[in-house]
Design a protein around this ligand. Structure first.
Ligand code: GLV
Ligand code: MN
Ligand code: MN
Length: 425
């Protein structure tokens, strides 16, 4: 913790942090592969995790259910039933070979805060809702934020027909999970029902650690564009086709990847680009690759900068494909604009951080979050919690117990002192 910390910092009683860490470990044990953490949207592990979260919500005094896209939704009534709600949430799906904190920390911390209110018999002048969003990472169906989009009423029904790598459509996966895709519309909330959406999440970067701070106030969530590219050339014999006569799709993709890296590396304004997935066909040592699919993820501090960069990169890829006589298909699978956090929520988060004895520090989020979808129906605020070494989307992702506790204290203080925006929407 920061040497400047006063208040609850350095407290002996880390009971909230301890409960959170235990539950983080319990969720981490639910994985496709016991050797690592992989909990992909609408799989049997995902279902088991949803059921565990559902039970924790009920123990915390909430009425809870799983909605038609797989979000786990809990509601703790206020001083009287039916009041508008402060919504808290994060996601419980993971990337492949994930860390244990990305997503679950926000869900579990919110539940622990409600459980604390419940133990004290405290009802507030508003309801609290906690949502464990089903799909933030977008690993299975390319499109991200499917859970929060359903809640925000912006779910695109066309996505139900999208198939995963094994040929299962989203609609079929929802049915196999035990839910009815025809009911997704019922998950949607409207603006007046929610006072705000607040998410607590690990920072996933090194800034809070550098600042020697356990928590921070998020200013905005950076926008992102994801593309799916496919290059088609001609498969052939690796021994007989001279180099000058080849239409090698994988060599073309390699050149594209080099161009993307160079373009982003030489950008002076924070552009980042990643090719995180590539698949070559037919996939044999002695066959020239005839077709290659790969993804591109691009982010920048401003939407205008990102959009221009995506256009420039796409033009360069087109030029490479043309020169190599490869057919190119390039599709935008996901486009999220930058989501600014609401000034009135940043101010209340800052007050809660200061009241817990921490220096108030603001930072942007380079990672995407469910708030990017929720902003369509509610003002959004975010609290970041320090993670060790800034490591995330990696099994070494780690949050110290004291920092998990600090995050929970800040969230609890925020909830208890929460003032809906005057003349709110
Ligand atoms: C989610 O973690 C993202 O930023 O891609
Ligand atoms: Mn996350
Ligand atoms: Mn993530």
């Amino acid at each position: 913790m920061s040497k400047m910390d006063v208040g609850t910092a350095g407290r002996e009683d880390l009971s909230l942090g301890r409960e959170i860490a235990e539950r983080i470990n319990a969720l981490a044990a639910i994985s496709e592969d016991p050797a690592n953490i992989t909990r992909i949207f609408l799989t049997s592990e995902h279902r088991a995790a949803a059921d565990l979260i559902l039970g924790w919500m009920r123990q915390a005094g909430m009425a809870a259910h799983i909605d038609a896209i797989g979000n786990v939704c809990g509601r703790y009534e206020g001083e009287r039933p039916g009041l508008p709600a402060l919504m808290l949430g994060s996601h419980y799906d993971t990337v492949r070979d994930a860390g244990r904190w990305d997503g679950p920390l926000g869900v579990i911390t919110a539940i622990s805060c409600v459980a604390d209110l419940h133990r004290r018999g405290l009802r507030l002048p508003f309801a609290i809702e906690v949502v464990g969003f089903a799909d933030e990472e977008g690993v299975r169906f390319a499109s991200t934020l499917l859970g929060s989009r359903a809640v925000a009423g912006t779910f695109d029904e066309a996505v139900l027909g999208v198939r995963d790598m094994t040929g299962v459509s989203l609609g079929e996966a929802i049915t196999a999970f035990g839910l009815d895709p025809d009911h997704i519309g019922k998950a949607a909330r409207v603006r007046g029902e929610l006072l705000a959406y607040i998410e607590l999440h690990i920072e996933q970067g090194p800034v809070l650690e550098q600042e020697d701070l356990a928590v921070g106030v998020v200013t905005a969530i950076a926008g992102a564009t994801r593309l799916a590219a496919r290059l088609t050339g001609m498969a052939g014999h690796a021994g007989t086709v001279p180099m000058r006569l080849r239409r090698d799709a994988l060599s073309g993709a390699a050149e594209c990847i080099g161009v993307i890296e160079e373009f982003c590396r030489t950008d002076q304004a924070g552009l980042v680009g990643t090719v995180g997935y590539i698949h070559a066909l037919p996939g044999a040592t002695n066959v020239i690759p005839g077709q290659v699919s790969f993804t591109i993820d691009m982010r920048a501090p401003t939407d205008m900068h990102r959009r221009r960069a995506v256009t420039d990169v796409a033009r360069q890829i087109e030029a490479i494909a043309k020169r190599r006589d490869l057919a190119l298909q390039i599709d935008v699978t996901h486009e999220n604009r930058t989501a600014p956090c609401a000034p009135w929520l940043k101010a209340q988060i800052a007050d809660a951080i200061a009241a817990e004895g921490f220096r108030v520090f603001e930072l942007p989020s380079g990672a995407g979050h469910d708030g990017m979808a929720m902003i369509d129906i509610a003002d959004v605020g975010m609290i970041f919690v320090r993670c060790r070494g800034g490591i995330s989307h990696h099994p070494d992702e780690h949050v110290e117990l004291a920092d998990a506790d600090a995050g929970a204290r800040v969230l609890l203080r925020l909830i208890e002192n929460f003032r809906p925006q005057a003349g709110g929407k």
